[in-house]
Design a protein. Structure first.
Length: 368
């Protein structure tokens, strides 16, 4: 068994996991999130008082400019809104996630819903400077600075979210995957669909299950008391996914030589029988081969990767008859045959067909 260390799982060298471990007790572990009351003192001294809002209009390669609104919170959560000038209805994108100040030179890394973090340099308490995709300074006379607002003015992000959901005693909580923050859930909009799907899928009362939804984070009255708290408003319920988890935050794993557990085929979750092994695959970089388990039989084949494209060939299975898993195995093989591209965010791998539709989703596991 290959032991996983924070250094192995953090792909970008500029994210110093040793530093993160000192303040988070690991590279984004749930236990650290529970015990950490606020950002580390060293990071607070770099960023100044939090929460804080930073804004600025930065250069754009194919538009007049991009307006950034960035909210940083003490619990290492960020909200980011980017508005592209001249893009009309598709101009605004909201992202949420976790932040960390990495290294001794004040690099702020935002881990959100993209494959790689977004980087800024903390120039001083009032200024953040945008860096390139590798976390390096951009050599340009143009403005790449965001400036602190006099008072924090958090946005109400509207975006697609995934998280662990629990409903008990007429109250629901949602722990969003990218930020790790626990939100109460508003009993409005499409909440009834969310509740019904959860209650149908749960195996025991109060069980946490992965759900996905299109929603908004807005202030609502707290469940108890008179204060206002940030709350998830489930505008459109998408699905409930038993067997999936958020995985660790602020980490990435490699596409190859990782054990990928199958959790979804198309828009259907993968359910396992009581005696059934979990379907999975491993892409072996040295040989270009695929090995794994299809749900009934051993799986073998070949693969090739070029950038974001991927192709599987000669996928075969042993011919043992099984009481469970044969249907999953057939659908799994078909998904691999139709896969044309891939995307990986954190510990999750998605495969897409020619039309850009999801054919399979996986979660990373230790390679035994």
């Amino acid at each position: 068994m290959i032991a996983e260390s924070p250094g192995r799982r953090c792909r970008l060298a500029v994210i110093v996991c040793v530093m993160a471990a000192a303040t988070l007790s690991g590279c984004g572990t749930a236990a650290a999130d529970e015990t950490m009351g606020g950002a580390a003192a060293a990071e607070l001294s770099v960023l100044g008082d939090l929460p804080a809002t930073f804004e600025g209009e930065l250069p754009c390669a194919d538009c007049p400019g991009i307006f950034y609104h960035l909210d940083l919170f003490e619990d290492r959560v960020f909200f980011l809104r980017t508005t592209y000038d001249g893009r009309g209805a598709n101009a605004v994108t909201d992202t949420i996630g976790s932040w960390v100040v990495a290294g001794d030179d004040g690099r702020l890394a935002l881990f959100g819903g993209t494959e790689a973090p977004v980087f800024f340099r903390v120039v001083d308490h009032d200024t953040l400077r945008k860096l390139d995709v590798e976390g390096r300074d951009i050599e340009s006379p143009l403005n790449y600075d965001l400036r602190r607002k006099r008072q924090a003015q958090p946005i109400e992000p509207r975006l697609k979210m995934r998280g662990m959901y629990r409903y008990m005693a007429d109250a629901a909580v949602f722990t969003e995957c990218l930020s790790g923050r626990r939100f109460q859930v508003a009993q409005e909009a499409d909440n009834i669909s969310l509740e019904r799907a959860y209650l149908k899928a749960q195996r025991q009362p109060g069980e946490e299950l992965m759900v996905s939804l299109q929603g908004r984070i807005a202030e609502r009255p707290a469940m108890e008391g008179t204060s206002m708290v940030l709350t998830v408003v489930p505008e459109i319920f998408i699905g409930v996914w038993p067997g999936e988890t958020c995985g660790a935050r602020m980490v990435t794993v490699e596409l190859e030589n990782t054990r990928w557990k199958l959790t979804r085929l198309g828009d259907q979750p993968v359910f396992l029988g009581s005696q059934q092994r979990e379907p999975h695959l491993v892409l072996r970089s040295e040989s270009g081969s695929v090995t794994g388990y299809g749900g009934c039989n051993q799986l073998t084949g070949s693969y090739s990767v070029s950038g974001s494209t991927i192709a599987f060939s000669d996928i075969g299975n042993t011919m043992m008859a099984c009481a469970e898993g044969a249907d999953t195995e057939r659908a799994f093989s078909e998904a691999l045959a139709n896969a044309r591209s891939w995307r990986m965010i954190g510990e999750h791998l998605d495969l897409f067909d020619d039309a850009g539709d999801l054919v399979a989703r996986f979660e990373a596991r230790n390679l035994d």
